[in-house]
Design a protein around this ligand. Sequence first.
Ligand code: IMP
Length: 427
Amino acid sequence: MGKRLVVVGVQWGDEGKGKMTDFLGQHANVVVRYQGGNNAGHTITFDGQKFALQSIPSGIFHSGVKNIMANGMVINPPAVLKELEALRGRGITDFQLFISDRAAVVMPYHLLLDGAYEAQKGDKKIGTTGKGIGPAYADKYSRIGIRMGDLLDADYFAERLGNALTVKNMELQMLGLSPLDFESLYQEYLSYAKALRPYICDTAALLHSEIVADSHILFEGAQGVMLCVDHGTYPFVTSSSPTAASVPLGTGIAPKHIKYALGICKAYTTRVGSGAFPTEIEDDTAHYIRERGHEYGTVTGRPRRIGWLDVVALKHACRISGINWLAIMLFDVLSEIKTLKICTAYELDGEIIDYVPSTFSACQRCRPIYIELPGWQEDITGIRTFQELPSQAKAYIHTIEKLTQIRIATISVGPDRTQTIIRRTVF
Ligand code: IMP
């Protein structure tokens, strides 16, 4: 029976989904990205080499695996070409890549508008990755977006670009920016279309045939549920939905084909960009975790904000995505911290609550309520079985399971593929 698993970030992104997708991808026939674009940064380490992927699925390193960039994504053609060039430059040449003809294209005006909107917001800015993601999704829903398939038909592309540019140039000028020239943009994107043509196809039809063939399919979420445009900490979110619910729409297959969801969760919490973060810490422990966990953005290089594990947000994310199991990532980073904290509830205006409020203003006022657990002093990066972990480390894992009522299937104790404790095979 073909396995279908969605890998979902259950925090604010950067949970280590790349490592898990790469790890599980060894058993997959197909790996699919279903939302987001090159705002994501998936770091994968194996054989002593480190690779940073942004829009290409993490199954790209396994020859024989079909990698799909599905219709729910927003795709920046020159960025994809650069990623492909970087992979080839490092000897990754034996891969299969398929790009949906229905995926939205990120155009240069989206990047300019992303920057301009942020500048307008002053100190209320979202702290986007600046990759044009929000404006590209907005155009998709305003029906003036350009799709990957449009690029392959020169006349139709000219019509679509002409329509879009009329509106976008007005917007750029209103924001004090220079309008873009149709002809140079048109020629530039035709050249990208030529380079990407071999990869562009109807990926929903391809996926359907893989389902008929009973293939093992892994769906790779980007960002995390707390950055979901519907269920995250709005408005400090991305413009897509990283939840498991996005998979059918973002890939073109029916919901009945998705069976299981694996939640990827750091042993603590990080966040980049602005927005409420009830368990944020800014002390020596935060510094220790940031340096030990290399908590700097893969895409922007920004230092990530650090906090204790927030089980209120975690339960919210797991419920929305129907998480069956959790993978705890960067567990080794917590070694040598004397006392560990886990947030189990918030105090909001004198009341104890166990849910995530819908408004930024209420989330900002939430004060974390913690339980404390003793840490462990041993280096655990060489450990490969749960039994070998120090008793305090086991207790930390058991506490998360008890609080979330979700079984922890794997524990990552280092960046390499091999540094993984498997408690249950999920794929
Ligand atoms: P955008 O997706 O570039 O529009 O950024 C919106 C928010 O999502 C910002 O707070 C970003 O820092 C955050 N974000 C977007 N992609 C990622 C990611 O892959 N990891 C973590 N945060 C992200």
